[in-house]
Design a protein around this ligand. Structure first.
Ligand SMILES: [Zn+2]
Length: 252
């Protein structure tokens, strides 16, 4: 049983409809024996990966595909807050995503208080982008700062500060920080080093590591094989592939 807790609608064939992108995603899930997934929308109203409205509409009534809604303090912020609240109220989204680094705002930005409080109110996690060339916007000290300021909040670190996974170790004692491994198995040439670091993280926090692939941009199969290749204890592997995501996202 596998939940891919980090996918997007594919952008490889732009020009096709969202319905066709949905078909591609479902096809990929079936090929890789993925039972459920979490689709993360963009934070902007018009996007190739779909806005929160696009994704919620597309997957309405589908029990196997859950949606996380993106939001940005840089774009129609108050309007987006109202919209996310409506979707949270109706349980149509299971989390909120901040594209720190892709967008130029910090995880500690005071404006995000509204997002953190909304997530706590509806008992959903806040996901944030980490690593990459603009990693300063969600560097590990700011992650710890936010997690400590909002102890009831579940914060999901997407990409584990890739390629600098060792940074996760600084946040490992902060119990409300979770680690989503999406995209980290993308570059095969550094897999041995990445494997070693991930194993250390899993050893310290086996219930706080969640499987994700970043499908749409990265390979689902490669990420599944990467986790299987770690040869973890069965219960730990099952946690990463399934139970941990059920807990973090409160899936039924
Ligand atoms: Zn992603």
């Amino acid at each position: 049983m596998i939940i891919d807790a980090h996918v997007h609608l594919p952008t490889t064939c732009n020009g096709i409809s969202f319905r066709q992108k949905k078909e591609q995603l479902l096809h990929e899930m079936a090929n890789n024996h993925i039972n459920q997934c979490i689709v993360i929308s963009d934070s902007y109203p018009v996007s190739d990966i779909g806005s929160v409205d696009d994704c919620v509409t597309l997957f309405e009534g589908d029990d196997t595909v859950h949606v996380v809604g993106g939001i940005s303090p840089l774009c129609n912020y108050q309007e987006q807050i109202v919209k996310l609240k409506k979707y949270l109220e109706r349980r149509q989204i299971v989390g909120i995503k901040l594209f720190t680094g892709h967008e130029k705002f910090y995880l500690t930005d005071e404006r995000l208080k509204q997002v953190y409080e909304l997530a706590i109110q509806y008992n959903v996690p806040v996901l944030f982008h980490s690593g990459g060339p603009n990693s300063k916007y969600s560097q590990v000290l700011s992650v710890i700062e936010v997690a400590k300021k909002y102890p009831e909040l579940r914060l999901v670190c997407c990409h584990c500060f890739y390629p600098y996974l060792e940074q996760c170790m600084s946040a490992i004692e902060t119990q409300n920080v979770f680690f989503d491994i999406s995209s980290i198995a993308d570059d095969i040439s550094i897999i041995p080093a990445i494997s070693n670091m991930l194993k250390r993280i899993i050893e310290k926090a086996p219930s706080r590591v969640v499987f994700g692939s970043d499908y749409g941009g990265c390979s689902q199969r490669q990420h599944i094989e990467f986790i299987k290749g770690l040869h973890l204890e069965k219960s730990v592997e099952e946690g990463i592939f399934w139970n941990n995501a059920v807990e973090v996202y409160q899936l039924q």
